[in-house]
Write a protein that binds this ligand. Structure first.
Ligand code: GLY
Length: 314
């Protein structure tokens, strides 16, 4: 089968000045992941590689560059899910894991559990041979400054922009990240990674690492990664909702062109109508065709077109 991949770097009101950095981050993720698929590698490897690249990009709200919680600490969530087996590995509220998507994979492949959180997750990481990082490694000057301002004045989005230039950051301020890939054997994998919301209460977990909320993969339907306001996304189990719409589309109309986009759009409409929440999602249907939608002003995303060219946009 022809492989396919789509990635995202978050759905939010991305300012003009951040567009180039967001596109570059998505381009870099495709550049590491697509060769894996091209040479016959697995979708699991490709999605992990794409998300590690996005986590390492300091502009996104995942891994390095994540928002700080109310206690001034980074607390990370991530998930990987396989469409063939319905196995998933998820991690939440870890503070010393530089690339939580790598730990999610360890949980998927080497744990009897689906999700580990906090100190237990970090202990499992060490048992699996992963190094713990210094929590300071994950904190950028931009996010430290934003947290200090939010601590004094209460949370405001503009504090994550450059001081003195509201709406015009020197670099990208936020963005949960994710990827969905199908390999040459038709195996679909989806993954999502996030630092969560700025100034969140310590212990808060959003949609991202929750199976069916921030991520879902089922080879009978497709794979989905979500981004946006977690407290709304969880209410409609957004990724599973999109998977169900993909499946229903196959059952009623076969595999028409545009079905992936319709499922993505309908899912975002359900999010808006039922919760008044905003967000976005990317998906591949079970044939590997891309779809995406968002109700935020912008979403950063990238995918590989049928001719092999990289399409990125914000
Ligand atoms: N969607 C990311 C979060 O709410 O944590």
């Amino acid at each position: 089968m022809k492989p396919s991949i789509i990635v995202h770097g978050g759905a939010w009101s991305i300012p003009d000045a951040a567009v180039a950095a967001c596109r570059a981050g998505c381009q870099a993720a495709l550049a590491v992941a697509w060769p894996i698929l091209e040479r016959g590698g697995s979708s699991l490897d490709a999605v992990e590689a794409a998300i590690v690249s996005l986590e390492e990009h300091p502009e996104f709200d995942a891994g390095i560059g994540s928002h700080l919680n109310a206690a001034g600490r980074v607390a990370l969530d991530a998930i990987l899910m396989e469409g063939q087996t319905l196995k998933a590995g998820a991690v939440a509220v870890v503070e010393r894991i530089r690339n939580p998507i790598r730990l999610a994979r360890k949980i998927l492949q080497s744990s009897e559990h689906l999700m580990l959180v906090g100190a237990g997750a970090e202990k499992f990481a060490v048992e699996q041979g992963m190094a713990l990082c210094d929590p300071e490694e994950l904190i950028t000057a931009r996010e430290r400054r934003a947290w200090q301002q939010c601590s004094v004045h209460g949370h405001r989005d503009e504090f994550h922009f450059s001081p003195g230039t509201p709406g015009s950051p020197s670099s990208v301020a936020t963005g949960t990240v994710g990827a969905v890939a199908m390999d040459s054997q038709g195996r679909i994998v989806a993954g999502t990674s996030t630092g969560g919301t700025c100034c969140k209460r310590p212990g808060r977990v959003g949609d991202s690492p929750l199976i069916g909320c921030g991520c879902y993969a089922d080879e009978q339907a497709g794979g989905i990664s979500c981004t946006g306001w977690g407290e709304a996304i969880m209410k409609v189990v957004l990724a599973k909702t999109a998977a169900d719409l993909l499946r229903a589309g196959y059952e009623s109309t076969g595999e028409p062109e545009g079905a992936a986009f319709r499922a993505a759009q309908k899912s975002i409409e359900i999010l808006a109508v039922r919760t008044q929440g905003t967000g976005g999602l990317i998906l591949l249907d079970r044939a590997g065709r891309v779809g995406f939608a968002h109700s935020t002003p912008r979403m950063a995303y990238g995918y590989v077109a049928p001719d092999g060219s990289f399409i990125t946009s914000v």
